[in-house]
Design a protein around this ligand. Structure first.
Ligand code: MN
Length: 679
């Protein structure tokens, strides 16, 4: 906090403009500012930067520490992007903290800078289409909890989906930032799909639908400086009164140049993040942009020197999260070939490693490009990027070399459910329509959705949901925000609540060092149990593992020796008390011996011993990280043996089910027999 400033009073910023003048007045003021004063910055450090670099693992604890200084140093920023995208489910799923509380706590400490969230239109903050009432209520509650600006996009640039999301924001009285996802290359004269005309036409529709601002969302960092000049210049000329906001990633290393070009071409607000969280798959460095524009007619209004303490703080904080750090150490222009969004690059690499595909990472990248071609060259951003990523991992696991082989064998493959559902129209309609013959071969006689997917979904009855949750989590208070979390992520929410029930104190107050990894002997941490009530904890030793799987843990709390008994969930030790699972491998020479196509968890078992089954029927459903796959019967016959139960962990090649194939069935599918996954 600057020396002459009062740390308890945040100086007036752009949120004050918004509060006084409303969304339309804000838009006019932003345009006027660009013409007379300079360009505004959006700081993505608390959302996209950590989503893109450390798999979204930044905890509220660490953000709150930076909040008061942020309110002062970035008082002239256009906005802080700090909510939505993947932050919502990661908070519940991995950080065991409430995403709503993060929003509220930060709002308290930063009342002067507009808060911005990333809203996946009809997909809200999830990976699927939600009922209209869920999305509407979610947006309303986000607005109440502190979000000012909603960047509304659709993962396929589907205008019907976009309009629905924009209407939800309008009803909540938020700033609508109608968003165009950028892919391809507008400067490529050979490009026929994602051309300048295509983008201008989409912008026309967003402006006609009453957007307060237009955003260009370059999620993979494909917008080269020359493309920014061309695209932003054309948009500026066409819409003189609409603020233009540009988002990009530095994957190839061009992002600072791109944002400077965008600003020069007329952009009002450009996205960047604190230097120590910038670069590669993240946003461009704020310091680089602030210094570059300092003293020019595009000055950002941010004092370059004042940024240094924030840069230092985030530098130190990022070190804590090094286990999650993307291993991309330098820019990589190969992004122009695989077109993987920044956040997905980190996440997919992390997933590939945990699926045992780590060494196959190069294959995943090539397969990603091939999967995109197979799906018709679609816009790739969550959730459509997940469809491409799932298909890419599937192709690698099953040694499917290219898109031609995939299309050829499409009818007999157990494709990930996300891919099947995409082809059924569950997440909307891709630019230029669905790919054929792939769609017909995969969808077969499954139902397809023609219009906006949400239009055909029954509303979720919030009262019924409330009753159900109260029964499930006896004794726990279920708030309206809990209801919305549960409507988005039922299973994740249940686990989050169960975890909360397990510990008497909120783990959100643990220092990140102690949250992420076990303490060493004699290592100590300070934990704030409640405001001002800090306890100094020093880890001393652990006792022998008991036959019941429990262990005594010795520590000191404020110097006083204490002991607690905890369950040892460590895998290596757990084997001593529960029998080690050694799984039978499937017999690749037997068509009825059905193998797991990947490592993961069994989440549903449909096959029952003794029953008859037809080729193509689902036997087992697997989940690996966020990917769900149905394993289908490779042949008709009788189920001889089911080797797994719900909850089992399996590796690729493990036996799931064996089938006594009926005569002739083996012949039908003989060509697939050598491939454990073909069905
Ligand atoms: Mn992004």
């Amino acid at each position: 906090i600057p020396r002459n400033a009062d740390p308890n009073i945040a100086p007036a910023g752009w949120r004050n403009v918004l509060l006084e003048r409303g969304p339309e007045g804000w838009a006019a003021a932003v345009r006027e500012h660009r013409e007379s004063r300079g360009v505004l910055l959006t700081d993505t450090s608390m959302r996209d930067a950590h989503q893109s670099l450390i798999a979204t693992r930044m905890r509220t604890h660490d953000m709150l520490k930076a909040a008061p200084a942020t309110a002062h140093i970035l008082q002239n920023a256009g906005s802080l992007e700090m909510w939505g995208g993947a932050t919502f489910d990661v908070a519940l799923r991995f950080l065991h903290e409430c995403p709503w509380k993060r929003l509220e706590l930060l709002r308290e400490k930063i009342p002067n800078i507009p808060f911005q969230m990333l809203l996946r239109g009809a997909n809200a903050v999830g990976y699927t289409t939600y009922a209209d009432n869920v999305v509407n209520e979610f947006v309303l509650e986000a607005r109440r909890a502190g979000v000012d600006i909603f960047r509304v996009f659709d993962s396929l640039n589907d205008i019907d989906q976009l309009k629905f999301g924009m209407d939800a924001v309008r009803a909540a009285d938020g700033v609508i930032e109608g968003t165009i996802c950028y892919t391809g290359d507008v400067t490529n004269p050979a490009g026929t799909k994602y051309t300048l005309d295509y983008y201008l036409n989409l912008a026309d529709q967003l402006v006609a639908h009453g957007t307060h601002a237009l955003a260009i969302k370059d999620m993979a960092g494909l917008l080269k400086p020359r493309a920014a000049t061309l695209l932003i210049g054309a948009l500026r000329e066409r819409f003189p009164d609409v603020p233009i906001h540009v988002h990009t990633h530095d994957t190839a290393g061009t992002a600072v140049a791109t944002q400077l070009a965008a600003a020069a071409a007329g952009a009002d607000i450009v996205d960047c993040c604190i230097d120590s969280m910038s670069g590669t798959t993240s946003q461009p460095s704020m310091g680089a942009i602030v210094h570059s524009l300092h003293g020019t007619e595009l000055d950002t209004g941010i004092n370059p020197e004042s940024l240094l303490p924030l840069i230092d703080y985030w530098d130190g904080t990022m070190q804590l999260y090094s286990p999650f750090m993307s291993t991309l150490r330098s820019p990589s222009s190969e992004v122009y070939y695989h077109e993987m969004p920044g956040g997905q690059y980190t996440n997919l690499k992390f997933q590939a490693q945990s699926l045992g595909l780590g060494s196959e990472w190069n294959k995943v990248k090539n397969a990603y490009a091939a999967a995109n071609r197979a799906l018709g060259d679609i816009v790739k951003v969550t959730p459509s990027s997940k469809v491409v990523g799932d298909l890419a991992q599937f192709m690698v696991s099953n040694a499917i070399e290219d898109e031609h082989t995939l299309v050829e064998r499409a009818e007999s493959l157990s494709l990930p459910s996300s891919v099947v559902e995409f082809l059924q129209g569950h997440i909307g309609h891709p630019v230029g329509g669905f790919p054929e013959p792939l769609r017909s071969r995969v969808v077969k006689d499954k139902p397809v959705i023609d219009g906006r997917p949400g239009a055909s979904l029954a509303p979720v009855n919030m009262n019924d949901l409330h009753t159900a949750l109260r029964e499930k989590h006896e004794g726990c208070k279920i708030t309206h925000r809990d209801l919305l979390s549960a409507a988005m992520y039922p299973k994740v929410f249940d686990e989050y609540k169960a975890f909360q029930g397990l510990y008497s104190k909120d783990v959100a107050s643990l220092p990140t060092r102690a949250f992420l990894a076990p303490l060493d002997v004699d290592e100590d941490v300070d934990v704030e149990l409640s405001q001002g009530n800090v306890v100094h904890i020093k880890y001393k030793a652990k006792g022998e593992l008991q036959p019941n799987g429990m262990r005594e843990v010795f520590f000191e709390a404020n110097g006083i020796p204490r002991v607690v008994e905890v369950r040892d969930t460590n895998k290596a030790d757990a084997g001593k008390t529960s029998k080690l699972q050694i799984r039978e491998k499937a017999d690749t020479s037997d068509v009825g011996s059905v193998a797991s196509p990947m490592s993961g968890e069994v989440i549903d078992v449909k096959a029952k011993p003794g029953t008859s089954v037809k080729a193509g029927e689902t036997l087992v459903v697997l989940s690996a990280m966020k990917m769900e796959t149905s394993v289908a019967a490779p042949c008709s016959g009788t189920i001889k043996h089911v080797a797994v139960i719900k909850g089992d962990q399996v590796d690729a090649g493990d036996l799931l089910v064996s089938i006594n194939a009926v005569d002739g069935a083996a012949e039908e599918t003989a060509e697939g027999a050598a491939e454990p996954v073909s069905a």
